[in-house]
Design a protein around this ligand. Structure first.
Ligand SMILES: NC(=O)c1ccc[n+]([C@@H]2O[C@H](COP(=O)([O-])OP(=O)(O)OC[C@H]3O[C@@H](n4cnc5c(N)ncnc54)[C@H](O)[C@@H]3O)[C@@H](O)[C@H]2O)c1
Length: 249
């Protein structure tokens, strides 16, 4: 495991926080040179310095700029994401569009930018941070669930096109992970479900799972690192759940 990614160049979007930051550390620990791509420049730079990688300060909402991009990474982790919680009838259309832009259109544009280099090397690993919400729905998350279901489709098409060129594409599908994204939605979940914040974990986030705890970012990162390795060459077009049994229902 130690040097399983020696010589590989990786790019992790949303790499400055949560699952992305754990993934940056996991890939770097296995020998990869990692680009931390994030809108939070200070945090991206600090983490890049920590792991001997580099930072790319990028706002992935700026899809115009991504259209002419060319990437020379061997491993692309599409991870940047946000959340909005609201019933459909109140859901701000601007927020809906922004979530689809960041979590579906930007991954498409980054895959598009990375494939020529991967095809030329006959090697590539694309890992898309989907969610249990790429496979199951929850109320009040129309944009997020739509974007993640779309990402599942994009990942499978990439797998079919990339197979002949040594490129795999897979989704990782965690349940609730202990990150700032989850911490910041507790208040909104309490409001929309009409329960106290102290009950959100037990009554909303962990009801469907068999293992009653949050996923740790490092657990997700270790799966991403394995999918990035040579060992996972026959794994493509797949969606690997890490949801404590939620989707077994
Ligand atoms: N936390 C969970 O419970 C959970 C569960 C399943 C899937 N996921 C998915 O995992 C991914 C990471 O989530 P997380 O919980 O680690 O989130 P997080 O909020 O901890 O980190 C997200 C990162 O994305 C960056 N980002 C946001 N908007 C950006 C933009 N426009 N351009 C560039 N970077 C931007 C942020 O600066 C931040 O560093 C997301 O795609 C999320 O949907 C999270």
């Amino acid at each position: 495991m130690e040097n399983s990614l020696n010589g590989r160049k990786a790019l992790v979007t949303g790499g400055a926080s949560g699952i992305g930051a754990a993934t940056v550390r996991a890939l770097a620990a296995r020998g990869a040179k990692v680009v931390v791509a994030d809108v939070n420049e200070a945090a991206a730079t600090a983490l890049a310095d920590e792991v001997g990688g580099s930072a790319w300060a990028v706002d992935l909402f700026d899809t115009d700029a991504l259209q002419s991009l060319s990437l020379d990474c061997d491993i692309l982790v599409n991870n940047a994401g946000i959340q909005r919680i609201s019933p459909i009838e109140d859901f701000d259309p601007v927020d809906f569009r922004r979530i689809l832009t960041l979590m579906l259109e930007a991954p498409f544009l980054l895959i598009r930018a990375a494939l020529p280099h991967m095809y030329a090397n006959n090697f590539g690993r694309i890992i898309n941070l989907s969610s249990v919400h790429g496979l199951r729905a929850s109320p009040f998350k129309s944009a997020y669930v739509s974007a993640k279901h779309g990402l599942e489709g994009l990942s499978k098409v990439t797998a079919l096109e990339g197979g002949a060129h040594g490129v795999t594409s897979n989704c990782v599908n965690p349940g609730y992970v202990r990150t700032p994204l989850v911490e910041s939605q507790v208040a909104d979940q309490a409001k929309v479900h009409g329960i106290p914040e102290s009950e959100v974990l037990a009554k909303i986030m962990l009801t469907e799972a068999s293992v009653k705890r949050l996923v740790e970012p490092e657990e997700v990162a270790s799966l991403v690192a394995w999918l990035s390795s040579d060992d996972a060459g026959m794994v493509t077009g797949a969606s690997y759940t890490m949801d404590g049994g939620w989707s077994a229902r």
